[in-house]
Design a protein around this ligand. Structure first.
Ligand SMILES: CC1=C(CCC(=O)O)c2cc3nc(cc4[nH]c(cc5[nH]c(cc1n2)c(C)c5CCC(=O)O)c(CCC(=O)O)c4C)C(CCC(=O)O)=C3C
Ligand SMILES: [Fe+2]
Length: 309
């Protein structure tokens, strides 16, 4: 038996190189191969950001940094593992590894700070399904951790630093998060409400007035469903073409890492739409594996410890 507890960090996953994209996309689509058109479109987006997403390295760096920090604060108590949804190491692989080491307790933490049935709940369900093969391993799920002060201030500090820009009447901050199909929200999912509450908390911490920022949604899927809107590209174009704004500050608070939705949807797509309308874009930095994010994860570990005992 192993007295350590496992910290299972769970994330979406990203292709490690272009040859992984077909299998990865097929997993996302519940084992249905994408059409050649959808597949080529996704390949083109990864190629446009250099062939692969920086996400894989960032996820590993987050795990390494958290391990280092926990080793310092709570020596010999925690072992950090990574489990992914759509590519190896899968959540099941991580659970098998944890079980094979004789660990008896798992704290499951999604690397997504907002709760939704689609993302965080699904991560926990995958972990629990894998645990069904083992007896007696305790699983303690993190729910949502966007309210963490380090994380809120990570965003608001950047806005405060940009005060000379954000205070101009021609500047608007667009806060965004990944859109979801409306039908998920209509079944009572708190995701949209959490994102909005998070945005108001960041705006308040940065002293933004209501007329200095807008909430919008990004990266909606290419499906027939209706998704949460308005889309941030449409919002940005309207602000510049019809409302007299010149500068957009983009704060993509629904993610914690530089990924395809940041490097492509913001840095390429949103930027082109803004510049073609005659405006400029400043994007806030992502938390990645920097100290505020690692502090937030450590706080979450401590919170789960209190809940357990
Ligand atoms: C809420 C949410 C998060 C945030 C929460 C969390 O992180 O869990 C997230 C993160 C991510 N999504 C990612 C990639 C993709 N998501 C897709 C498709 C979809 N995402 C959805 C939602 C979300 N996605 C949905 C409802 C779909 C439709 C299909 C379905 O119903 O399942 C597709 C298919 C093609 C396309 O539609 O673009 C891709 C390639 C990557 C990796 C990026 C990289 O490689 O850097 C990351 C971090
Ligand atoms: Fe996604």
């Amino acid at each position: 038996m192993n007295h350590k507890k496992a910290i299972l960090l769970m994330a979406y996953g990203t292709p490690y190189d272009l040859t992984d994209i077909m299998a990865y996309y097929t997993n996302i689509r519940h084992n249905h191969q994408p059409t050649p058109e959808l597949y080529n479109d996704l390949v083109a987006r990864y190629k446009a950001i250099g062939g692969t997403s920086p996400l894989a390295k960032i996820t590993q760096a987050q795990a390494d940094a958290l391990q280092k920090k926990l080793n310092k604060t709570f020596p010999d108590q925690y072992e950090v593992f990574v489990g992914l949804k759509y590519i190896h190491p899968f959540i099941k692989d991580a659970v098998d590894q944890i079980a094979s080491q004789g660990i008896q307790t798992i704290y499951g933490i999604p690397l997504a700070p907002h709760y939704s049935t689609f993302s965080t709940e699904d991560y926990h369900n995958r972990a629990k399904a894998a645990l069904a093969a083992y007896d007696g391993i305790k699983y303690i799920p993190a729910k949502s951790w966007w309210e963490n002060d380090d994380l809120i201030h990570f965003w608001s500090d950047q806005l405060t630093d940009l005060a000379s820009l954000t205070e101009q009447e021609t500047t608007q901050v667009i806060f965004s998060a990944h859109s979801l199909p409306l039908k998920i929200i209509e079944t009572g999912d708190p995701y949209k409400a959490q994102i909005e509450a998070n945005i108001h908390a960041i705006a308040a911490a940065a002293d933004l007035k209501a007329n200095q920022y807008t909430i919008a949604w990004q990266s909606a899927g290419r499906t027939g469903d209706q998704w949460i809107g308005p889309d941030f590209v449409e919002v940005a174009k309207d602000l510049i073409q019809n409302k007299g704004f010149k500068h957009i500050v983009s704060a993509s608070i629904g993610f914690i890492s530089d990924n395809l939705e940041i490097r492509y949807d913001v840095d390429i797509e949103l930027k082109a739409a803004i510049e073609n309308s005659g405006g400029t874009l400043t994007r806030l930095r992502m938390p990645n594996a920097d100290e505020p994010l690692i502090n937030a994860l450590e706080s979450e570990v401590e919170r789960l410890y209190t809940m357990e005992s």
